[in-house]
Design a protein. Structure first.
Lengths: 368, 514
């Protein structure tokens, strides 16, 4: 037990569910308050800004659909990352895996001729495979050569971004695009259907939500999920129990990378209908998904909801650009502030805080 | 209170609470100059907490500390040293790559800025001679044995002018011979008027070294007695609060076929140096083979090599006649080799998983717990319920994270898991280390029951008494070699001690291992 000012801190080993939820919610609120300072510094009344955002995103069908559209790739990436994080594999590479999926899907859309009902399924399949490979490489580097996955996955993002850049400026540059760095438009058979009156490409959304539940069941009820949790929680216990570390990490990353890639397929087939420069395909969904998974505390189902929250922030960013004339980068500020408060709030979950009152102060920790 | 006013240390009514526990409850304790006063009690009795209060690490909630008739408030160890109280912790606090002199000079008041260790070296030699604590000031600490490192810690306290020395379980890392030398040093310090507080839970050595003994149980003082007016049974009764059976029943060995046959086993340590140099022995079914030795003489490597966690460089390992020399951990586990690991929290359990999930670790991939890749929750629950009941694992629920259990219950969880499904061979490393007497007794009984059921048990332990009580035969490891296998009934503690120090081989029976 520690004393800081008038507060007593008591360590707890396993925070109750409500504490996790409460502390996470508190972190988001603190981040919003900090963001209010940014608005204020820009000369925008923060309360007006939040009111505007609330009305523009949650108050209209168009706004709501935009939230969902933005949330769709975040769900897929977030669920994938939640899985990797449960294995304590710090996959920072969802962005690259997403782009890998976009590239593979675009390749199939533009250059593979199959009966049209098979076109989209094949794109999803190819995308998943490409993302799986992109996720598998850092996993193998880690288990075989002890390469830190934070560095390798991050670097792989740049490699994939430049591959996309090269493709759209070079070999895949669309002859009909009059010099713009796009591929040609996808044929109709390679475009995802939308929910009428909105821009929600619903098949991707359905896949994302289904993936959340499948991954949740995988973690809780299957041998692989059990082994992922053991590997993540205690590598020594995993070794002791004879769990094949390599196989478990590789499988976790194949699924993690594959799911992020499906988000990429959704973006090119549902939003852009072509491959274009990486910043347009993704807008940093792969990075934001890190916060999505973190806020969900590794729970795939919770990631669906946290993804919606960040979908809201992205949609709000669009809105702020148009109605409040703030730069779109404000979403990055939001994301950063939320991640920052989240990481700082972790400490709170493991310490029970209460007012000291008249009790005596304690120092040090229990031991005998 | 005439005696109290002369006292080097007088603790009055000390109380120290931690959340949910009263670790020390109104304890009064005194130490006279020139006296060895033992503090005896089980793990968790509050001995170390009380001494941490005296050493300034904890502030007492209530009570007074008097040193040489003056009331003091000790805010830190530095403060405690200033009034002449030094402490040698159970786990040494030395900088391993530094020399002895550098370690002693570290934080020592009045050392020069340049070459601080040089002046210290001279004083160290003088002090060492005076008290019979020879150490070379220029040796690097990592090169020293545990006994020598302990000497450095004692010298560190003496050079800082400690008149009162607190020794926390000082013999736990020593061979019996080294312990004997330590006791001689304590005698010399006593003669010079130092007061010594000797924390221990070993009855024999307390009776041997102490003038007075204070027994603690659950944070309270049970009583203080003169060592020469008491005996082992009395002290044990005071310590545990009930009669203790010292000898567990042990029937004679009936060696069936060998459960484990090890021939010329070689393995390397983590640093790549040879750690096992040609170990050979046989373990019968229905036998407990104790592996004794001072910590760090190859015990850990032996256990890991036999459980598939460390590469076998050379040699052969057979389990129930089947060659398992380089088998994986999973193959060995599936073949019925149970492993109770030394590091039970880091390796033996997955702290964040529930008790029931921990109970199926290693068996999670096989029926009945797993079919077609799916965990069979009903089978898991049923098994967990039975195991919790049978092994008396105290847990709020089967779904509680294992990390919330106490050390004894974590160990019971591990045993419940490892001994389920009729193992052929049990490899237990320090199975009762750090556990209280109740849990220790229960775990020893469990191991003896395994033996009666015809399981071969390899018991690696630093607790010689435990090995003497449980094992049928004893192998002693020294620097990665087997100094010989001796029948437990025909060997004295002294002989084992000499083997542990590498000074004697059990030549007559050395070949018997084959």
């Amino acid at each position: 037990m520690k004393r800081i000012g008038p507060f007593l801190l008591e360590r707890r080993l396993a925070p109750p569910r409500m504490a996790v939820f409460g502390v996470s919610a508190l972190a988001v609120v603190v981040a919003l308050l900090l963001a209010a300072l940014v608005f204020w510094a820009y000369g925008v009344n923060p309360w007006r800004a939040y009111a505007e955002i609330g009305r523009g995103t949650l108050g209209t069908v168009g706004g709501l659909s935009d939230v969902v559209r933005r949330a769709t790739p975040l769900i897929l990436c977030g669920v994938g990352l939640a899985l990797a994080f449960r294995a304590q594999f710090w996959n920072i590479g969802a962005e690259g895996q997403l782009l890998a999926g976009a590239v593979a899907a675009s390749g199939v859309a533009l250059f593979v001729r199959v009966p049209s009902p098979w076109h989209l399924p094949l794109m999803f399949l190819a995308g998943f495979g490409a993302g799986a490979v992109w996720g598998l490489i850092p996993a193998l580097l880690r288990v075989k050569l002890q390469v830190n996955e934070v560095i390798s996955t991050l670097m792989m993002n740049y490699i994939m971004a430049y591959i996309v850049e090269w493709l759209v400026h070079g070999p895949w540059k669309g002859p009909t695009m009059r010099g713009f760095a796009y591929t040609d438009m996808f044929p109709v058979s390679a475009r995802l259907p939308l929910v009428a009156g909105t821009r929600i490409h619903w098949p991707t959304l359905v896949i994302g939500v289904a993936a959340a539940f499948v991954v949740a069941i995988l973690l809780a009820r299957t041998r692989l999920g059990y082994e992922i949790r053991v590997v993540g929680q205690s590598p020594d216990a995993a070794r002791y129990a004879g769990i094949n570390f390599t196989a478990v990490l590789v499988l976790a990353m194949v699924i993690s990378g594959g799911l992020a890639a499906l988000a990429g397929v959704g973006e090119v087939a549902g939003v852009h209908w072509r491959l274009r420069s990486p910043a347009h395909v993704s807008m940093g969904y792969g990075y934001t998904a890190i916060i999505v998974a973190w806020l969900a505390r590794g729970s795939p189902v919770a990631a669906v909801f946290t993804a919606l929250l960040f979908g809201l922030i992205f949609a709000a960013g669009d809105l702020m650009k148009t109605t409040l004339r703030l730069p779109f980068q404000i979403t990055g500020v939001f994301n950063g502030l939320i991640l920052f408060s989240l990481i700082s709030s972790d400490l709170l979950m493991y310490w029970k805080v209460r007012l000291a009152g008249k009790e005596k102060a304690w120092t040090g920790q229990a031991g005998s | 209170m005439a005696e109290a006013s002369r006292a080097a240390v007088h603790l009055r009514n000390i109380t120290k609470t931690f959340p949910g526990v009263v670790a020390v409850d109104r304890v009064t304790f005194d130490l006279q100059p020139g006296e060895v006063h033992a503090l005896l009690g089980e793990n968790g009795a509050g001995k170390t907490t009380l001494m941490n209060v005296l050493y300034g690490l904890y502030q007492p909630d209530e009570g007074e500390i008097w040193i040489h008739g003056r009331r003091v408030t000790l805010r830190s160890p530095r403060h405690a040293l200033a009034v002449g109280i030094g402490m040698v912790h159970q786990h040494f606090k030395l900088v391993l790559p530094h020399t002895v002199a550098e370690n002693v000079a570290l934080g020592l008041a009045g050392t020069r800025f340049w070459a601080p260790a040089r002046a210290v070296a001279r004083r160290l030699r003088d002090l060492g001679e005076r008290y019979g604590l020879p150490v070379d000031p220029d040796r690097r600490v990592w090169e020293l044995s545990a006994g020598e490192q302990q000497r450095v810690e004692i010298l560190k306290a003496l050079i800082r002018g400690a008149e009162v020395l607190i020794l926390d379980e000082p013999t736990s890392v020593l061979t019996p011979q080294e312990a004997g030398e330590l006791f001689k040093v304590l005698g010399r310090m006593k003669a010079e008027g130092h007061g010594i507080i000797f924390i221990s839970h070993k009855l024999d050595e307390v009776l041997q070294v102490a003038d007075r003994v204070t027994v603690m149980r659950r944070g309270q003082v049970v009583g203080t007695v003169r060592a020469r007016d008491t005996d082992k049974a009395t002290l044990a009764r005071m310590m545990v609060g009930r009669e203790v059976v010292f000898r567990l029943t042990k029937t004679s060995c009936s060696p069936g076929e060998a459960a484990l046959l090890v021939e010329d086993l070689h393995a390397r340590s983590d640093r790549g140096t040879p750690a096992l140099k040609g170990i050979s022995f046989a373990l019968c079914r229905g036998e407990i083979l104790g592996v004794a030795g001072v910590a760090g003489n190859g015990q850990r490597e032996l256990v890991e090599a036999l459980t598939g966690l460390r590469r076998v460089e050379q040699g052969r390992v057979r389990v129930l006649g089947v060659d398992m020399t380089r088998a994986s951990a999973r193959r060995l586990a599936d073949a019925g080799v149970a492993h109770v690991p030394e590091e039970r929290i880091r390796m033996g359990i997955v702290p964040g998983l529930s008790v029931e999930e921990n109970l199926i670790l290693k068996k999670h991939h096989r029926p009945p717990f797993c079919r077609a890749g799916l965990l069979q929750l009903r089978a898991v629950r049923a098994f967990a319920g039975r195991a919790i009941e049978e092994y008396r694992i105290m847990t709020p629920s089967p779904r509680t994270p294992a990390k919330l259990l106490s050390g004894g219950n974590i160990q019971k969880l591990i045993l419940a898991r490892e001994l389920s499904g009729e193992p052929a061979l049990v490899i237990a490393a320090h199975p009762t280390y750090g556990l209280d007497v109740g849990a220790t007794e229960q775990i020893r009984e469990i191991l003896l029951r395994q033996r009666e059921e015809g399981v071969g048990v390899l018991l690696v332990s630093e607790d010689l008494e435990e090995i003497m009580e449980l094992a049928d035969r004893i192998a002693v490891l020294f620097r990665g070699e087997n100094m010989g296998v001796v029948p437990a009934g025909e060997v004295t503690l002294e002989e084992i001690g000499l083997m542990m120090a590498g000074e004697k081989r059990a030549s007559a029976v050395a070949g018997e291992g084959r």
